[in-house]
Design a protein around this ligand. Sequence first.
Ligand code: GLU
Length: 482
Amino acid sequence: MSVRVRFAPSPTGYLHVGGLRTALYNYLFAKHHNGKMILRIEDTDRSRFVENATENLISMLEWAGIIVDESPTKGGEFGPYIQSQRTNIYLEHIHILLNNGKAYYAFDTAEELDAMREKLQAGNQGDYRYDRMNMKNSITLGMDKAIELINAGIPYVIRMLVPDNEEIIFKDIIRGEVKISSNEVDDQILIKSDGFPTYHLAHLVDDHLMGITHVIRGEEWLPSTPKHCILYKAFGWEQPEFAHLPLLLNKDKTKLSKRTGSVAVEDFREKYIKDAFINFVALLGWNPTGDREIYDFQELIDLFNLEKVNKAGAVFDLQKLDWFNFQYLQKLSPEEMGKMLNEELLKIEKTGYDLNWLNKVAYALRERVHFISEIPNYAPYFFNDEIEYEQDYLEKHWNADKKNIILPLVFELEKCKDFTHDELHSTTKKYCEENGIKMKEVIHPLRLMITGKSIGAGMFETMELIGREKCISRMKKFLEKE
Ligand code: GLU
């Protein structure tokens, strides 16, 4: 049987990083097994509907390299792939359950349900399972009465009938065998009073009809899985295999949520190199080999193994993500870096740079920053002629004696024919040797005069990039003042 998996987000307006991890694992699993992945939009909760959310989701997945085989836009033989376009299918299926006594109508008002909960609580009966035999439903009232109420326009829901005293057992690929008594399972609402199915019914009918073989989803759905097992049995369907992915946690082990920082993939897309971000997300809860952390996309596919996914929550560590970005930054070509730098400069309205020069600047600084976006701040002296001198650096490396050493060197440097790294280096070296000075005694003052900053790329490389005219004039200006 060939593998078919699905990513089934609700269109809430943005893709959560946890959602991306789920989508990615589904994709890696499908590709690893030469299977298919489908995208299904679960929009039965109409109150949460957001315009264009589906388009946004698809474009975010495509950006991440997750190209699904069947989707609302691509189509496929199991469509439609949007749940709100499948309501008839759910209604047909609820009638199968009603007809064979696996589901029933319930008419309880919100107040009656509250009263039930209070009573159960007072009687210390634990949680809030629907007290089927003491409420207003087609079991206690009889089917004729129920039909009468429905015809009279009384609002109702349809609930699943959970059998008593059954042991529910299912295997989760990540967690192993899970066992629970059906007595702990609630008579879940399957059709809401607005006529729309709940997630529990809709996703399950779809998973079955769409031939899904493996349900790979977030851990938050694990407690609902026993309900789903009961439903599969009620329909007489074989259940798929399950894999519940570990939660994503903040560093302090609280659940990752919008309140504690960015969680929308869109926000990360702005900041990080795509491959770095995907590599990082892939390792949230899984490490293919345990001995390294950098994997390209094809390796992730080749090595993917659900059985190796951890049970414990995965820490979403932004520092780690920055580290990944740094690692991937080193792999970019100068042209790619330069293009990114140009985009950053445009954001701060700095334009008109020679692209070839920007490539070199970005490349020279690649090991000094985690992000290309840091460059304009890290090395402003490439883009501004007004130099700001770091006070500590100035105090440490400048005094009247220095002037006597540096002034003749400036004249030597001015005479350089090509003003290239090599020529600047050999000229400086020669000057130091002839005067019995250590190189570092002149390098710091040069850096100070030309950049104002204590850190940066190699000084001669920096000077070559800044160019003869600017370097000489900055040095002379400095020397006149100090
Ligand atoms: N629509 C559900 C969600 O948004 C999908 C859960 C599942 O994959 O079964 O999380």
